[in-house]
Design a protein around this ligand. Structure first.
Ligand SMILES: *[C@@H]1O[C@H](CO)[C@@H](O)[C@H](O)[C@H]1NC(C)=O
Length: 290
């Protein structure tokens, strides 16, 4: 009887999670943070376009806050000459000691590769960049970008392939984003002071408006209901699927995929930039990365 009840509770919460957020909707589950005049939502809320012109960019955030789970969307990046534009897609809490998990897509001249830029902030401290070239043209079709995080690790996925892991090394005194509620955000903006080759290449406004397209927003994550969520979202239960041991570490196949990405497409790693850190690397750099 007890087991049956646990199972029922788990099923009911799974169903609740499903209906609310799995097939999330840009109308009901996100709000504009700026530039709503430069955006469009259609197809019953399944499709979103963000636009950047000389006057403004635009951006959205999820209405709800989360702690752990998986946030996914398919994005088709600004095509053609997108140099100087940045499409950002990230999770963030608020305040000066905020946590943040980033994907940023740095545009480029026609035919030149985008850069997939990643970073993680814990307790307000970032400087943990890793950058990759995509192994496909991210502007010719939609590709899925997923931020998965649980009490053991954060994983950045592109089309289901892990490209980066940030492990929980709190036991060595390294902060991990596991106590602050985060929203998911996406925005398209002008970053031509730094984005393309360090700001050398400016936006060519004759190509405006620049448009990034989104679909299939999936928020399979623990909805934050207050400070009690810190323990509730981390509890190992069937409904908290992200706490299952299979997600606490990449499996062997995923480690192979991540190695393939690192060996062939990684162009920057903060753990290898001796010049910048002058030998004072972040402590996680000397520990197992994934
Ligand atoms: C743009 O293309 C150039 C030349 O291939 C490359 O060096 C650079 O990393 C690319 N990406 C950005 C964002 O500058």
């Amino acid at each position: 009887m007890g087991n049956l009840r646990i199972l029922l509770v788990a099923l009911v919460s799974l169903v609740a999670l499903n209906q609310d957020l799995v097939h999330a909707n840009f109308y009901t589950d996100t709000v504009f943070t700026w530039g709503s005049q430069n955006s469009a939502i259609w197809g019953n809320g399944n499709n979103l376009a963000l636009m950047l012109d000389k006057v403004s960019g635009s951006g959205i955030q999820t209405s709800r806050e989360f702690l752990f789970g998986s946030i996914e969307m398919q994005i088709k990046l600004v095509p053609g000459n997108s140099a100087g534009t940045v499409t950002a897609y990230y999770m963030s809490s608020t305040g000066s000691k905020h946590d943040e998990i980033d994907f940023e897509f740095l545009g480029n001249l026609s035919g030149q590769p985008y850069i997939i830029h990643t970073n993680v902030f814990t307790q307000g401290v970032g400087n943990r960049e890793q950058q990759f070239y995509p192994w496909f043209d991210p502007t010719s079709d939609f590709h899925s970008y997923t931020i998965h995080w649980n009490p053991s690790q954060i994983v950045w996925f592109v089309d289901g392939l892990p490209i980066r892991v940030y492990r929980n090394y709190e036991r060595y005194g390294i902060p991990f984003p596991n106590k602050q509620a985060m929203r998911a955000y996406s925005s398209l903006w002008n970053a031509d002071d730094w984005a393309t080759r360090g700001g050398l290449i400016k936006i060519d406004w004759s190509n405006a408006p620049f448009i990034a397209r989104y679909r299939q927003l999936r928020l399979r994550a623990c909805a934050w209901t207050g400070p009690n969520s810190i323990s509730q979202c981390a509890q190992t239960t069937p409904a908290n699927w992200w706490t299952s041991p299979v997600y606490s570490e990449l499996n062997d196949m995923q480690k192979g995929q991540l190695n393939w990405v690192r060996q062939n497409f990684m162009i920057y790693d903060y753990c290898k930039d001796t010049k910048r850190f002058n030998g004072q690397f972040h402590p996680e750099c000397s520990l197992l990365q994934f």
